[in-house]
Design a protein around this ligand. Structure first.
Ligand SMILES: [Fe+2]
Length: 251
């Protein structure tokens, strides 16, 4: 079984379509949340995500856009995007956002679970090995896929419980690239496929991952997309310019 893992699409249809065009053959799609928010094509992204999606976990922006949480604790730019997004979605899409399940979710592979933030808190950011270590006692599966930070990579622990950062190594910034991570038995993994629609690891290319249970491998991918078109949509929608600017710098 091969699973395409997507996270943090953030209403960026241009990045999502580039990812789907570049994605290798897969049997299922696991979506780690934040389908909408920030980007200018929320309705189109929800429709595409529903077409391809097999399993979903809700993100904080999905909850805010669905009206499940008060978005006033978001920063002013994110808040503005939430308000704008709500006005763009048809009732069926709003309803779909509302019913997205909270993580952790066990997948159809009993070695893998999926969350948006962390195993403990769907809104927690896992940036450091110290934060990853706190997850140790909560991991019920060898691999947990997470999103939320918009940083591709993650963390691995050996059998002794020592944690190490995982970071794919790339040599380009203008072409498609991939990086293989072979999973070792006895190790525990927290793996972030990166953000499809708003990367924040100083690489503007859309990020995603593929999990192959037979090969026991996770492959990270980066693909260029028409970022200028995505920026133009944001500016035309009247969304804050910072949301367009950050796409090209990857932060
Ligand atoms: Fe996000």
């Amino acid at each position: 079984m091969r699973a395409l893992i997507l996270s943090d699409i953030h209403a960026n249809i241009d990045a999502l379509d580039a990812v789907l065009a570049a994605a290798p053959r897969h049997d299922v799609v696991w979506n780690l949340g934040d389908v909408v928010g920030y980007g200018a094509a929320p309705q189109a992204v929800i429709e595409r995500a529903r077409e391809i999606g097999t399993m979903f976990v809700r993100g904080n922006h999905d909850r805010a856009c669905a009206g499940l949480i008060d978005a006033e604790y978001f920063n002013p730019i994110a808040f503005r995007a939430v308000e704008w997004t709500r006005g763009q979605l048809d009732p069926a899409s709003l309803q779909w956002l509302k019913q997205l399940p909270r993580g952790p979710i066990l997948t159809n592979d009993d070695r893998v679970s999926c969350v948006h933030g962390s195993l403990v808190d769907e809104d927690e950011y896992l940036f450091s090995t110290w934060e990853a270590r706190e997850q140790w006692t909560h991991a019920r599966t060898q691999v947990t896929f997470f999103g939320h930070t918009h940083v591709q990579g993650g963390f691995a622990a050996n059998a002794e419980g020592e944690w190490f950062p995982l970071k794919p190594v790339y040599t380009r910034d203008d072409a498609a690239e991939s990086y293989d991570l072979d999973l070792r038995s006895g190790a525990t993994y927290l793996i972030n496929p990166g953000a499809v629609g708003q990367p924040r690891d100083r690489d503007w290319r859309a990020a995603f991952a593929l999990y192959d249970d037979q090969a026991e491998r996770v492959t990270f991918f980066r693909v260029p997309y028409d970022v200028r078109l995505a920026q133009m949509r944001i500016r035309r929608a009247g969304l804050p310019d910072m949301l367009a600017w950050r796409l090209r710098v990857g932060q």
